[in-house]
Design a protein around this ligand. Structure first.
Ligand code: SF4
Length: 244
């Protein structure tokens, strides 16, 4: 975790070349709040923290800059709420963490549950698969926002049927669901495949993302895209798609 944080310093330095316009604040992952202060949410893969010093440091920084609250988010992050605009750069600098992709047309989050690592009900290593997908896809630009949820068993604690791409652990491998979403027009994901190995899940996600990037309209969530072209057509296109 610490190594990952150190490697991000160059990217953060680039972000601080910007000023403090609304766009700059968005680029810094700072979201304006009702009272005109800002919230930021560092990226914490899977919401799993094994470096407890990092958690202490987060609390220290929150206290130093007078945060109104630290808030656990639905994307498995810990947000710093109630920051002053002029403090945002310093807070990022002190944290030395990457921002979570909380806004914009991109892979917003890769949620994963404890699976066979910690949960007694786990049937697949959702932490292992989720971590790999997080490294590869988090923040990737796409036609619309895109969320991924990897659950270790059919209890689906990661909302795998209400999310753009979901995988669900079973004793025989993963089921893959596509096109789920919440929001104003909720949609349940469609079953795309069963009994998949982690490698097959990753390969299928690669194909979906590549095909979706090339074929969907701007702001068209995966579920709406599937509705437009038809599920059977989508299945055929995706499963025969060659990643470029
Ligand atoms: S989805 Fe299953 S394995 Fe994952 S946390 Fe929930 S009960 Fe445990």
């Amino acid at each position: 975790m610490l190594e990952e944080q150190r490697n991000t310093s160059t990217k953060m330095d680039e972000r601080f070349q910007h000023g403090n316009t609304d766009e700059d604040m968005m680029a810094k992952g700072a979201i304006i709040q009702r009272d005109g202060t800002y919230a930021i949410a560092p990226h914490i893969a899977g919401g799993v923290i094994t470096d407890f010093n990092m958690l202490r440091k987060m609390a220290d920084v929150a206290e130093k800059y007078g945060c109104a609250a630290m808030k656990v988010t639905s994307s498995q992050r810990i947000a710093f709420v109630g920051l002053q605009k002029e403090d945002v750069d310093s807070v990022w600098n002190e944290l030395a963490m990457e921002p979570g992709a909380a806004v914009g047309l991109c892979v917003r989050s890769v949620k994963f549950c404890p699976g066979t690592t910690f949960c007694r009900l786990g049937q697949q290593d959702s932490m292992g698969l989720g971590s790999r997908l997080d490294k590869k896809f988090h923040g990737m630009n796409l036609p619309s926002k895109f969320k991924i949820g990897i659950s270790g068993c059919s209890n689906m604690c990661m909302d795998s049927m209400q999310i753009d791409f979901g995988a669900v652990g079973t004793p025989k491998g993963y089921k893959i669901y596509v096109g789920g979403n919440g929001g104003r027009k909720p949609r349940l994901g469609d079953l795309l495949a069963e009994e998949q190995t982690p490698e097959q899940v990753e390969e299928t996600l690669d194909k979906i993302i590549d095909y979706y990037k090339a074929s969907a309209k701007t702001n068209e969530r995966l579920g709406r895209f599937i509705d437009r072209i038809g599920l059977e057509n989508f299945k055929e296109e995706v499963l025969s798609h060659q990643v470029h």
